[in-house]
Write a protein that binds this ligand. Structure first.
Ligand code: ATP
Ligand code: MG
Length: 254
């Protein structure tokens, strides 16, 4: 399952709410969270400090340096060394495991990190019952087809024109590169009653052909407070209104 959408619409928040829901209602499923955003921020939201060398980007950089210094026998494949290290160092967070993509040092391109992640997803989906990916804002992640093998795509949008423009673009790209999701969901975040209808009208065509409406989260002060005070959203009280909304919403998925 993968969360996507325009920058700042609430992808990471919605993902952590899903994680909280899944931990509480499906405790026996083995869960992995992948932060595929180069500006990693899941770690912030679940209260974990991730060092550079523990990210996929860090492993790519480190092994690249070792190879340059000829510290690695040339018959060993760079890719399998990186994959081995990444798999070995997945964090156990108790109720779930965590893998952070990060960025590689020095260069601006994430292609190699992306392709490692894409490959690992195949291996990881055999080990875990539930994999949840926080994708970077923007469209490249999809254009590169990193999300091959993902069953559910949740596209998050706020009430802005830009929010649902990104919803449209993600669906277009998905069709262009023929990415196959079993199901595409659209999730509205920070909505009030009046805007829901307007939004549904705007995305009517998408809902008719491509996707299903998952539901709406309200704006919630407590979520914002948790964010500002660096508290883990997993610890949000079960009485929180948006968490309650999320139980109803996410039970459509699992
Ligand atoms: N329902 C909500 N009510 C109140 N605040 C919210 C809600 N959802 C998200 N926020 C706040 O909005 C901000 C952006 O949310 P979040 O980080 O989840 O977005 P994002 O899409 O992951 O952003 P990015 O593209 O930077 O990764 C955060 O400060 C978060 O606390
Ligand atoms: Mg985010």
């Amino acid at each position: 399952m993968c969360f996507a959408g325009k920058g700042g619409v609430g992808k990471t928040t919605s993902l952590v709410l899903f994680l909280k829901y899944a931990i509480s209602k499906h405790p026996n499923l083995k869960k992995l969270v992948i932060d595929a955003d180069p500006d990693a921020n899941i770690a912030d939201l679940v209260g974990k400090n991730i060092e550079f060398h523990d990210t996929i980007g860090g492993k790519v950089t480190e092994i690249g340096r070792k190879i340059a210094r000829k510290e690695i026998p040339s018959h060993l494949s760079e890719r399998s060394l990186i994959e081995e290290e990444v798999l070995r160092d997945i964090f156990n967070m108790g109720d779930f495991d965590l893998l952070v993509q990060g960025r590689s040092e020095g260069e601006g391109c994430y292609c190699s990190i992306n392709s490692i992640l894409k490959n690992l997803l195949r291996v990881l989906s055999e080990t875990y019952d539930l994999i949840v990916i926080d994708s970077p804002a923007g469209l490249e992640f999809f254009a590169r087809k990193t999300s091959t093998n993902v069953d559910d795509l949740v596209i998050v949008s706020d009430m802005s024109k830009m929010g649902f423009h990104t919803v449209q673009r993600i669906i277009e790209i998905k069709n262009e590169v023929s990415l196959d999701f079993k199901k595409i969901w659209i999730l509205g975040n920070r909505f009030n009653e009046k805007s829901k209808e307007l939004f549904v009208n705007r995305i009517k065509e998408i809902l008719e052909n491509n996707a299903e409406l998952l539901g709406f989260f309200s704006y919630n002060d407590e979520i914002q407070k948790f964010n500002l005070s660096n508290k883990s959203l997993i610890d949000l009280p079960d009485t929180n209104l948006v968490y309650k909304e999320s139980i109803e919403i996410y039970s459509k998925i699992i």
